[in-house]
Design a protein around this ligand. Structure first.
Ligand SMILES: Nc1nc2c(c(=O)[nH]1)N(C=O)[C@@H](CNc1ccc(C(=O)N[C@@H](CCC(=O)O)C(=O)O)cc1)CN2
Ligand SMILES: Nc1nc2c(ncn2[C@@H]2O[C@H](COP(=O)(O)OP(=O)(O)OP(=O)(O)O)[C@@H](O)[C@H]2O)c(=O)[nH]1
Ligand SMILES: [Mg+2]
Length: 497
C-alpha cells in the first residue's frame, strides 16, 4: 500500500511540474558577443562570446603564438595569440576557453582580453559579428545562465544588484542573495507545500472512499510556519529597501542657518555653495556617503521662508517634496542669533521660548519622520549659553557645521535609525520589490488556506488556494516564469552582463 500510494504521489508531482513549467520556448541558440568591461579606453578590455559556435568562431580569428588550435583546447585554459581580420592583425590578446557546460552561461564561452582601446574593442566585435555572432542584448549572458540552470532567477537578479552596489550593506545583501540563501529558504517552503498539495490532491482521486492522506495537524503546523516565515520576509523589505538604496535624509531649516555648510561637512567636500546671503540654495542638491557601511543620501534644500522670488518659491516647493520622500529630516536652526536674555515667545527664532514653539510646530508637521533637531553655529555661543540651550531645549544636538563640531555625533544618531541587527545576524533580507510583491501575494493565499483549515473546507477547494500560493513562491525563484517577466528583469541589466 505504501509503495502504491508513493507511486501515485510521484505521478502527482510529475503533474505539478508540468503545471508549473509554463515555459515559453525561447530562441537562445545564437552565439552572442559583447564588451564585458566598461566602454571607453582602459588598460585591458574583455570581449565575451557565448553560444554553441563561440569556440569555432574564435578559432577562425585567433592564431595562437605556440600554434595551438583553440577548438581543441581544454576548458578553463588561457592562450596568447593574435586576433586577426583575415591577414590583418588587430591586436595581441589572451583568449580564455570555457567549454559547455562549464562556464558562466553554461554554454561554450570565449573571452578575449585585448588592449583597451575603443578602436580595438570595436574592430574585434565587428569581426566576431562578420563571422556569425550577433550582439548580445542587455543581461543576455546572465539570462542564459538562468535558462541553463546555472542560477535561479533571484540569484540572477542579485548579479545586477551586486554590480550596482555602492556601500558595504548593499554589497553584502547582493552577495548573500547571489549565493542563494533567500532562494533556498523559498524553495524549501515551496517543496514542503508542494508535497502537501500532492497528498491533498491524492484525496481527490479517492474521493468516494473518504480517505485522508494529508495529516491535518501536520498541515496546520506547516501553514503556521509558512505564515511566520512569509511575515518575517515581508517585514524585512523595509530594512532591505533602505539598505540597498541608501537612506534619504533631508536637511531643512530657515535660510542662512547653515544647511549647505552641514552638507559639505558631511560629504567632506565643497559640494554646495555657501554664503551669508539668505536664499543661497535654490535647487536641491543631493549626494551620497557611506556611514558605517550604510549608504545615506543627503538632500540640501532651499531655506524655507515667505518669498516673492519665483525661483526661490519653486525651490521651497521642492523642499517640501523632498521632505515627503525623506526617511530622516534634519532640522537646523541658528543658535548664534538667540537672545538668551529675552523670554519673549513671539519674536520668531530669536529667543529660547520662540525656538521651543518653532520645534513643536516642526514635530507636529512631520509626525511620521525621524526628526533630528540641530542647533547650529554653537561656535558662536558662550559656555554658559550652551548649557542653557541644552537644558531648555530637549532632544537638541549642538553642532558647528563650519568648525566640524558635532558632525560625528550626528552621524551616530543617523546610524541609530537603521536597524542593522538583521544584517549583522545574516538573516535573509528582501531587497527586491518584485520578490516583495510575490511574497505579499503568497501570504494572501496562505491566509486563505488557513481560513480553509479553520472552516474545515473540502480538499478540492483548499487545493486551489495552495496551488495559487505555490505559484507565487515559484515566481520568486523562477520556477514559474514567462518571457515578459524575464524581459523586464534582464532589460535592466547592462549589455555584456
Ligand atoms: N573573466 C571573467 N571574470 C568574471 C566573470 C566572467 O564571466 N569572466 N564572471 C561572470 O559574471 C564572474 C565570475 N563568475 C563565474 C561563474 C562561473 C564560471 C565558470 O566557469 N563556471 C563553471 C566552472 C566552475 C568550476 O571551475 O568549478 C561551471 O559553472 O561549470 C566563471 C565565472 C566575475 N568575474
Ligand atoms: N559661525 C558659524 N557660521 C556658520 C556655521 N555654519 C554655517 N555658517 C555660516 O552661515 C552662512 C550661511 O550658511 P549656508 O550653509 O549657506 O546656509 P544655508 O542654510 O544653506 O542657507 P540657504 O541656502 O540660503 O537656505 C554662511 O556664511 C556660513 O559660513 C557655523 O557652524 N558657525
Ligand atoms: Mg544653502
Amino acid at each position: 500500500m505504501l509503495h502504491e500510494s508513493l507511486g501515485i504521489v510521484l505521478k502527482h508531482q510529475a503533474r505539478n511540474q508540468l503545471l508549473f513549467s509554463i515555459f515559453a520556448p525561447m530562441t537562445h541558440h545564437d552565439t552572442i558577443v559583447a564588451l564585458a568591461t566598461p566602454a571607453g579606453a582602459g588598460a585591458i578590455a574583455v570581449i565575451r562570446l557565448s553560444g554553441a559556435d563561440a569556440i569555432t568562431i574564435a578559432s577562425q580569428i585567433f592564431t595562437s603564438i605556440s600554434g595551438k588550435d583553440l577548438a581543441t583546447q581544454k576548458t578553463h585554459t588561457v592562450h596568447l595569440g593574435h586576433l586577426k581580420d583575415g591577414n590583418r592583425i588587430i591586436d595581441e590578446v589572451l583568449a580564455t576557453v570555457f567549454k559547455n557546460p562549464n562556464s558562466y552561461t553554461g554554454e561554450n564561452v570565449i573571452e578575449f582580453s585585448c588592449h583597451g582601446s575603443s578602436f580595438i574593442q570595436q574592430e574585434i566585435i565587428q569581426v566576431c559579428l562578420r563571422k556569425g555572432c550577433r550582439m548580445a542584448t542587455a543581461g543576455e549572458f546572465t539570462l542564459r545562465a538562468f535558462l541553463n540552470g546555472k542560477m535561479d532567477l533571484s540569484q540572477a537578479e542579485a548579479v545586477a544588484d551586486l554590480i550596482a552596489s555602492d556601500s558595504e550593506a548593499s554589497h553584502q545583501l547582493a552577495i548573500q542573495q547571489m549565493r542563494g540563501g533567500f532562494s533556498s529558504e523559498i524553495k524549501v517552503l515551496r517543496q514542503e507545500l508542494l508535497d502537501f498539495a500532492s497528498l491533498i490532491e491524492l484525496e481527490l482521486d479517492f474521493a468516494e472512499e473518504d480517505v485522508a492522506f494529508a495529516n491535518r495537524d501536520e498541515f496546520q503546523l506547516l501553514i503556521s510556519k509558512i505564515t511566520l516565515v512569509l511575515k518575517r520576509l515581508i517585514d524585512s523589505f523595509a530594512t532591505g529597501n533602505v539598505l540597498k538604496n541608501g537612506i534619504p535624509v533631508a536637511i531643512v531649516g530657515e535660510p542662512n542657518v547653515g544647511k549647505s555648510t552641514l552638507l559639505n561637512a558631511l560629504l567632506n567636500e565643497e559640494r554646495a555653495i555657501v554664503s551669508d546671503i539668505a536664499g543661497t540654495t535654490r535647487d536641491t542638491i543631493e549626494d551620497e556617503i557611506s556611514i558605517g557601511g550604510i549608504g545615506f543620501r543627503f538632500i540640501d534644500t532651499a531655506g524655507i521662508r515667505e518669498t516673492v522670488d519665483v525661483i526661490e518659491g519653486l525651490g521651497i516647493k521642492k523642499t517640501f517634496e523632498k521632505i515627503e520622500q525623506a526617511q530622516v529630516v534634519i532640522y537646523l536652526f541658528d543658535a548664534s542669533g538667540i537672545d538668551f536674555t529675552s523670554t519673549d515667545a513671539i519674536s520668531k527664532g530669536r529667543t529660547l521660548q520662540s525656538i521651543q514653539i518653532e520645534l513643536e510646530k516642526i514635530k507636529n508637521q512631520f509626525p511620521q519622520k525621524n526628526l533630528v533637531v540641530i542647533a547650529n553655529k554653537v561656535d558662536q555661543l558662550s559656555e554658559a549659553n550652551i548649557e542653557t540651550l541644552k537644558a531648555q531645549v530637549s532632544d537638541v544636538q549642538l553642532l558647528s557645521a563650519k568648525k566640524g563640531i558635532g558632525v560625528d555625533a550626528l552621524k551616530n544618531t543617523l546610524l541609530d535609525f537603521v536597524n542593522t541587527g538583521a544584517l549583522r545576524n545574516n538573516e535573509t533580507i528582501v531587497t527586491n520589490s518584485r520578490h516583495y510583491d510575490s511574497l505579499l501575494k503568497a501570504l494572501e493565499e496562505i491566509i486563505k488556506v488557513q481560513e480553509g483549515i479553520d472552516m474545515d473546507l473540502s480538499s478540492d477547494l483548499m487545493a486551489i488556494d495552495i496551488r495559487q500560493a505555490l505559484y507565487y513562491f515559484g515566481e520568486i525563484t523562477g520556477e514559474i516564469t514567462n518571457d515578459e517577466l524575464l524581459g523586464n528583469i534582464f532589460a535592466n541589466f547592462c549589455i555584456g552582463k
